[in-house]
Design a protein around this ligand. Structure first.
Ligand code: NAD
Length: 486
């Protein structure tokens, strides 16, 4: 059933807005929801509300804020099945992806609640015998901008730790998923009785996004920014935040490699390749985009990988739970994927599986003969297309894996754990998973990239670092004199 929202959630109330925009189901292009299309005035009132709510929220005791996080988690659990169906309808994901995402989100809020019971600072030695403390305090209003691919999970990750630490938030979800990444949170926070203004949700179309985004960074009351999305937009946001000397965490794109060594368990390797490359149509920042396979095991790997991937069923995910490969989110994404395939074929690459593009549906595609002059090798694909590239030595594998501007995640498959750790040490990625695909996330672990994949970390105590400021406080106890004459 179509969802209609004409009001925006600011200051704990729903306010009528003048304009709306359409939110389409990517599988069949039917209208899925209609949501507010706000401009600069509404952003300013959301920021004012967040600022107004900050003092009381930050002064609640640590466990009161933790209890709110737990309540939110429980409502997410209760609403799990309608969230799964919203994720499928609004974002085109497979049923299993929806189940994973809807189950993971409460864990993020539980982890954020748990952080509030951890130490908030340290006692450090003092040359003068002072009581010398490094303590954390919340920043104030944090702007959170989230993407469409795991909209509920990535919004939760952006807001939960920021809020539990005592900040208040203005949230702007992607225009592709304004419900699952935004308005759903407004509904749940309202039901949990979270004080008004602690979370404010604004939605806008692509036409208004640069004005809205600019204000969310530049407004003087905004003290911190959490952005998850493409490297191109993230770079602009970080530059703007830098100009205002604001703390900014940007989680961006990736070109992640999976390295399959000659001693790999082939079942594990092909499973990691299949899941890592094709889960959610490859629309995961951590998706495997290059598989580097040691020459001696390449024929066996390719045969078994093709066999696995050819079994993935494609189709409208809302119609059949067995449709594991749904549509790409929009026509822009399809055009980008298609142009990378065409460029690779023109320059001599070969498709060994898939390659067909039917509207928004792209077959799981395996490409060989990929060279460094191809866009498929260099640029993020964000679709179900993966290159398989041979290597001779471990040093060669590391060099090919690192031959990218990105540095988000990676995977290494080997039965030799020392070898795996040795390779992991040399990979220029924020995350590396031995005997697994590059796609891994746990709410309490440090998530984030190196190089053009971002700056800052989400997850556990690293998220608390991201969303707080450290202060040095000392208490003099008679050990610090002043120079004679003062
Ligand atoms: P995007 O950069 O187009 O959009 C991300 C968000 O930024 C959306 O909310 C969008 O509305 C907003 N936005 C767009 N232009 C803006 C502007 N000028 N000012 C302010 N906000 C603006 O990215 P996307 O297409 O939504 O997501 C896909 C990208 O996100 C991929 O590159 C993927 O790798 C990356 N991603 C990274 C992570 C991570 O944790 N590293 C996670 C998921 C996705």
């Amino acid at each position: 059933m179509k969802k209609i929202f004409t009001d925006m959630y600011v200051g704990g109330r729903w306010w009528p807005t003048e304009n709306t925009f359409f939110d389409m189901n990517p599988s069949d292009d039917t209208l899925w929801a209609e949501v507010p299309d706000v401009g600069i005035n509404e952003v300013q009132s959301a920021i004012d509300s967040a600022n107004h709510a900050f003092e009381k929220w930050s002064e609640l005791s640590f466990n009161q804020r933790a209890h709110f996080m737990i309540k939110i988690a429980e409502i997410f659990e209760k609403r799990k099945m309608d969230i799964v169906s919203a994720l499928q309808g609004e974002a085109g994901g497979w049923f299993g992806k929806g189940m994973f995402e809807a189950s993971y989100v409460p864990e993020i809020f539980y982890a954020a609640a748990a952080m509030n019971y951890a130490a908030i600072g340290e006692i450090i030695p003092s040359e003068f015998g002072k009581l010398s403390m490094a303590i954390r305090r919340p920043m104030g209003v944090v702007s959170v901008i989230s993407p469409w691919n795991f909209p509920t999970l990535l919004t939760a990750r952006g807001i939960a730790f920021a809020l539990s630490a005592g900040n208040t938030v203005v949230l702007k979800p992607s225009e592709e998923t304004p419900y699952c990444g935004g308005l759903l949170f407004a509904e749940i926070f309202e039901e949990a009785g979270v004080p008004g203004g602690v979370l404010n949700v604004i939605t806008c179309s692509r036409d208004n996004v640069s004005t809205v985004g600019e204000e969310m960074v530049e407004h003087p009351l905004v003290k911190g920014i959490s952005f998850t999305g493409s490297t191109a937009v993230g770079r602009e946001i970080a530059a703007r935040a830098g100009a205002h000397l604001k703390k900014c965490c940007v989680e961006l794109g990736g070109k992640n490699a999976l390295i399959v060594c000659d001693d790999a368990d082939m079942d594990r390797a092909t499973g990691a390749a299949n899941f890592g490359s094709f889960m959610h149509q490859g629309q995961i920042c951590m998706s495997v985009e290059k598989i580097l396979v040691q020459e001696s095991v390449l024929p066996e790997f390719l045969d078994r990988f093709k066999e696995r991937a050819s079994k993935l069923k494609i189709g409208d995910t809302t119609k059949d739970k067995s449709h594991m490969i749904g549509p790409l989110i929009n026509d822009r994404q399809v055009a980008r994927v298609k142009s990378q395939i065409d460029d690779a074929l023109e320059k001599g690459a070969e498709i060994v599986l898939g390659g067909k593009v039917d509207g928004r549906f792209v077959e799981p595609t395996i490409v060989t003969g990929v060279t460094s002059d191809m866009t498929l090798y260099r640029d993020e694909t964000f679709g179900p297309v993966v290159s398989v590239i041979p290597f001779g030595t471990d040093e060669e594998a590391v060099a090919i894996a690192n031959d990218t501007e990105y540095g988000l995640s990676s995977g290494v498959i080997t039965k030799d754990e020392y070898r795996g750790l040795g390779i992991a040490q040399k990979l220029e990625t924020g995350m590396c998973h031995i005997n697994c695909s590059s796609v891994n996330d746990e709410p309490h672990a440090p998530f984030g990239g190196l190089k053009s994949s971002g700056v800052g970390r989400h997850g556990g105590r690293w998220a608390t670092d991201t969303f707080t400021e450290t202060r040095w406080i000392t208490l003099e106890r008679g050990g610090r004199g002043f120079p004679p004459g003062f």
